[in-house]
Design a protein around this ligand. Sequence first.
Ligand code: HEM
Length: 408
Amino acid sequence: MEAGPSMQYDPFSPECLADPYPYYAWLRDEHPLYYVEAYDMWVVSRFQDVYDMLGNPELPFEAREGTVPTRAEMLARNDGPVPPLPLEPVTGFTRMDQPYQGRLRGFINQPFRPRPVARLEDWFRDMVRADLPGVLAQGEVNLPTVFGLWTARTMCHLAGLPLEMAADLRDAINESSAAIGNADLGLDPLDGLKRISRAAHLAVARRRDAGVDGTRPFVDGALNAAFEGRSLSGREVAAQLVVPLIGGVETVPKVTSHGLWELTKNPDQLAAVRADLARNTAIAYDEMARYCGPAQWFSRTVTAPVDVLGRHLTPGQRIIFLIQSAQRDPREFPEPDTFRWERPMKRTLAFGHGGHFCMGMHLAKMEGRVLLQEFLSAVDEFEFDEDAAERSASSFQTGWDTLPVRIR
Ligand code: HEM
C-alpha cells in the first residue's frame, strides 16, 4: 500500500487488518492525530504522544466503553457525553473510571507483583519441563497452542481452577479475540466470552467452597474486599477476573512463538541468545514484546472537552492509541522494523502506560523468559513451517496463532 492522498485509516478495514504497518507509518508522518468520521474517533500514532497521553491522569480519557470495542460498537456514535458506569452492580475494573479502576484492580493484583511472580517461577518451569519431552516427541507442533496450554494452566492455578480446564480456556480466549473486529470469521466474540465468564464464576464458587482463606489472592482478594462500604457479589468478583484471564492466557504464547520465529530468521541472533540463555532471554524478550506484540490498539472515551495536539475533542468521542504504531516509531526506535534481540530500550509501550498499565507484565516476562530458556535448552534444531503460518487478523490484535514448528 502506497501512502497518498487517497489513503484512509480504518482499523476494521480488510486492508488494515491484512497489514496495518504502512498505515501506521503514514499516520505518524502525516496525521499524528487522525480523525475517523464513521466512528467519531481520534487516532494517536506516535510513540511520544501515546506515552504522554496514556500517562497523563489529568486527561479526560476513560475506559467506560471498554478498551477493545467491536466495529458495531464503534459505529454507534455517542454524539454527546457517556455517563460513568454504575458502582452497583460494578463491572470489571478495566472498564471503570478512576479511582474505582485502581481500587478494584488492587483487590486482585497481589499475585502479579514481582515477588509472588518470582515464587511462581519454579512451579511454571517444572510444568514446562515435565511436558516438553512429550511435546517434542510429536516432531511437529503448533507452538502458540503448546505455549498457550501452559499459560492457561498458570491462570487456572492462580484462580484455583482445575488444570484440566486449561485447554478449553485457551481455545475460548483465542476464539473470542479472533472474532473481535473480524466479522468475516463468522465467530461471535460473545461465544468465547461466555465460556471465559463461566470459568470466572466457577473460580468464585470454588474459592467460596474452599473457605476464601487467602491462598488464591487473585480471587480471594476481591471476595474479601470492601468496595464502597459493601462486599462484592459473586458476579461482581467474577467480572474482575475475566480480562486478567484473557490477558494472562493469550499474549505470552503469541509473543514468544513469534519471537522464536524472528530468531530463526536471524541465525546469528539465535546463536547470540543461545550463548548465555540465563542472561540473554530476558533481554531478547523485551524486543519480542516490542516487535511481536499482538495488541494493535486500545480505546478510551472522551469525558470532558479537551484540546490535544492542536485539535478540540468533545465528550462522547473515542480516542484510540496505536500501541503497535508507537512501538515501530523511528522517532523512538532506530530501524524499528528490524528485529534486534539486544536493542537498547529507554522505555517501551509494549505493556501500555498509565492507569491501565498491564497488570501481568511481571508474569509475562517470567513466563516468556522461562519458555525461551526451556525450549532452546531442549531443542538443538528446529524450523518454522512458514507456509502454514496463520494469524486470524482482528482489528484489536494480529498475533500469530498458527505457527507450526518442526523439531529436528
Ligand atoms: C507479553 C505479554 C503481554 C503484553 C504484550 C500485554 C500488553 C498489555 C497492554 C498494552 C495493556 C494496556 C491496555 C490499555 O491501555 O487499555 C495491557 C493491559 C492488561 N494486561 Fe497485559 N499484556 C501481556 C500479558 C499479560 C498477562 C500475562 C496478564 C495476566 C494477568 C495481563 C493482564 C492485563 C490486564 C488485566 C490488563 C488491563 C489493566 C487495566 O485495565 O487496568 N497481561 N496488557
